[in-house]
Design a protein around this ligand. Structure first.
Ligand code: NAD
Length: 694
């Protein structure tokens, strides 16, 4: 895989940077990634092995408490560029990636390290300011510097095109000057780290090596580039490779987080959380509402990222994002009501109240099947309540995770209040060992149990939203068997059955059984399977290839034990993770299909004699997420649902979630609740106040 160099620049003279790096000899080894604040393509930063910050308009004075106006100040600053490039620089430092800072890039790095700038060089402008062509002068390179080693010389000849400079009385912390102009004014020409222990390669120069005359022969251009590239070549970032489940093609390779970068992130979260908590709840609600507005604005792009990464049909991706927005709306509208202090008793001389304090820094390890929905269930109420969040999306939905991070920050969530952890199981394991004030996990029972056991000794809340084997019963009194069959088929197969609350087992009263099966199969056969972007596609590829093996095992086991296959039963004969929608009858509870979570487009349907038999079968599971009864009688349905140990009961509906009521599993389906007022308060610690007025 080629090493990737991210170059952040604006339109002006960008070709010089491009040409500098794309020398013929290097093309097989390196690839350039355009990083552009105008496109705000933050996710691309995470693909890079080395980063270059380039020249351009002055850094915004607010970043270093400089005067608003000064000689030669530009008509327009690019504050958004400063913010975007700050992200790049901080990312590079978190991951010890090689960095080159050129001209403005150097000035920004000095500012980001706490230094200041001379806003205008006045007389010095005669020697430095860009006019028709760059100016030129001699520099002295400090002995004992990295630059000296790279240049192989104490002196050199460089070009000049700037009117600002590094303020010698305000050099950023841990930076040192490595070159000065050979003139009485001693303009600073280069910076590097003073103490390089535990730091990646970093060189900053005031000149423009990418366009200097005879750059191939000038060591202050050619050697600089070569050393930077050698440092990039020497990076060993573990990559998270993301493939498109519809065609098996690689769509991205992202740097995984290391233990070290995660330690730094959690430190930043801990040190910043109190500031976020000190904001009013009204302010935090505004930020979250802005986030929701950004989802609406960007829905087509976000849906496309989601479909490409997890394979769901494009319309289902749009539905998911809209679903996330309606959950956010409920939480934002109700946050103030449920997170503000509650006065419980007022008597003469005494007030008793409850306040809801944030847990602190919480860890959110998430699943891929509905990354927007399951993510929003956790990080939105956590942020509303004043927590800082470490969010680990599933390795199968990380590109969506990056979009979530990008838009939360754009909406106004401060940089160190939300961090993302990139990686899979190993990254999750590291997080579980770290010190968080609460763990909120969505995923499989196996992983959830492991996390619960591992964090138990920390004595902090640990909430689990896990899998299910959700039953559905169709009573003999339903008025329209055909429409019930259609709706319940959708409950089983929507999102290819990859929903925690997908219908996983169906029981049908014998009086309507034949009619139901006929209509159910007719519905399943009507669906179009295909690429997520195709018109009217209902069945896309499964997200994870390994799920195909599990489905094949369930099919074979069911056939071996006497089940009758009415539809599907195998992989589709095409590229990607496609599996035919599969329907079995004549099933029993001895079969894997009726006991273990399938999480795919497969269903077993059983004929039952009466409600008692249906109830007994529905109860026969280790899971307890949802259960559904279709009947003309609310009373009859409620009587059955009350006897089931599940977090949710559905009458005449299934596979749905509402932000107004708690989302919770029992037994192997989890512990604790998200959504509703319970879910808002799940991220808080109640404090009891006894206030006695003497
Ligand atoms: P998973 O358990 O394989 O992975 C979930 C997350 O845990 C991922 O981010 C993964 O990287 C991480 N992880 C894996 N091993 C880990 C370890 N040892 N330590 C720490 N982290 C680890 O589950 P999945 O395949 O992503 O999700 C599918 C499962 O999630 C299904 O069982 C589904 O029913 C369930 N789910 C439940 C709900 C709910 O609300 N109850 C919602 C969505 C999905």
């Amino acid at each position: 895989m080629k090493k990737k160099i991210g170059v952040s620049y604006t339109e002006i003279l960008f070709k010089n940077y491009w040409n500098w790096f794309t020398h013929e000899d290097l093309k097989d080894e390196f690839e350039l990634v355009e990083l552009s604040f105008e496109k705000n393509n933050t996710p691309d930063i995470y693909k890079c092995d080395g980063l270059v910050l380039t020249g351009g308009v002055d850094v915004h004075p607010s970043l270093y408490k400089g005067a608003d106006t000064y000689n030669n100040s530009p008509e327009l600053f690019h504050l958004e560029r400063d913010v975007f490039e700050s992200k790049i620089y901080h990312y590079a430092q978190l991951n010890k990636l090689p960095v080159l800072g050129i001209c403005r890039g150097m000035q920004l790095i000095n500012v980001l390290e706490g230094g200041k700038l001379i806003q205008d060089l006045d007389n010095g402008n005669e020697r430095h300011k860009k006019e028709q062509t760059d100016k030129e002068h001699v520099i002295n390179v400090e002995s004992n510097s990295l630059l000296n080693k790279v240049a192989g010389s104490d002196t050199g000849h460089v070009n000049s095109a700037h009117h600002q400079a590094i303020d010698p009385s305000a050099i950023g912390s841990n930076l040192k000057v490595n070159a000065f102009e050979n003139d009485d004014e001693k303009i600073i020409e280069g910076l590097e780290f003073a103490d390089k222990t535990n730091k990646g390669f970093m060189l900053c120069v005031q000149w423009h090596p990418e366009r200097i005359r005879e750059k191939e022969y000038n060591p202050l251009s050619e050697n600089l580039k070569k050393e930077f590239m050698a440092a990039v070549r020497d990076t060993h970032n573990k990559k998270l490779v993301i493939t498109n489940p519809a065609n098996d093609e690689i769509i991205a390779a992202l740097n995984e987080d290391s233990r070290e970068s995660l330690v730094k992130k959690i430190e930043l979260l801990h040190s910043s959380q109190a500031t976020w908590d000190s904001e009013s709840i009204v302010y935090r609600v505004e930020v979250i509402k802005k986030f929701s507005a950004l989802l609406e604005e960007n829905i087509e792009q976000l849906a496309s990222v989601l479909s490409t990464e997890v394979g769901k049909p494009l319309q289902q991706s749009r539905n998911e994002i809209n679903g996330a927005r309606s959950r956010i709306k409920w939480m934002a509208d109700n946050a103030e009501r449920f997170l503000s202090d509650e006065v419980m008793t007022i008597t003469e001389g005494l007030q008793e109240k409850i306040s809801y304090e944030p847990l602190g820094v919480i860890c959110n390890i998430s699943a891929w099947n509905y990354p927007w929905l399951v993510g929003v269930n956790v990080f939105v109420p956590a942020l509303l309540a004043g927590n800082a969040v470490m969010y680990k999306p599933s390795e199968y939905s990380t590109l969506t995770g990056l979009e979530i991070e990008r838009l939360l920050k754009k909406a106004g969530v401060p940089e160190n209040i939300f961090h993302m952890a990139i990686g899979g199981k190993e990254t999750g394991e590291i997080l579980v060992q770290m010190d968080f004030d609460g763990y909120f996990f969505t995923g499989s029972f196996k992983t959830g149990k492991h996390i619960y056991e591992t964090v138990a000794h920390k004595m902090v809340p640990c909430q689990l939203e896990l899998g299910g084997k959700d039953p559905l019963y169709v009573c003999d009194d339903v008025k329209d068997v055909h429409s019930v069959a259609t709706a319940t088929a959708d409950g089983a197969f929507y999102n290819n059955g990859q929903s925690c609350c997908a219908v996983e087992r169906i029981y049908v009263h014998e009086r309507i059984y034949d009619e139901y099966i006929y209509a159910f199969i007719k519905e399943v056969r009507s669906w179009k399977a295909g690429l997520p972007g195709e018109q009217a596609v209902h069945i896309g590829p499964l997200t994870r290839k390994m799920q195909l093996d599990l489905l094949e095992e369930q099919v074979q086991d069911a056939i071996n034990k006497g089940a009758k296959l009415l539809a599907g039963g195998k992989r589709m004969n095409k590229k990607g993770n496609f599996f035919e929608p599969t329907v079995f009858t004549n099933v029993t509870h001895d079969m894997l299909l009726m006991r273990e979570e399938s999480f795919g487009p497969i269903i077993g349907i059983m004929k039952v004699k009466n409600d008692a038999e249906a109830l007994k079968l529905m109860q026969d599971t280790e899971y307890g997420l949802t259960a559904s009864v279709y009947s003309d009688s609310k009373q009859r349905a409620e009587k059955i649902l009350k006897q089931l140990n599940t977090g949710t009961g559905y009458w005449n509906c299934c596979d749905r979630v509402s932000a107004a009521v708690p989302w919770s599993g029992r037994k192997h389906s989890g512990i604790g609740s998200t959504l509703s007022h319970q879910g808002l308060r799940a991220f808080t610690k109640p404090k009891a106040w006894h206030l006695k007025i003497s």
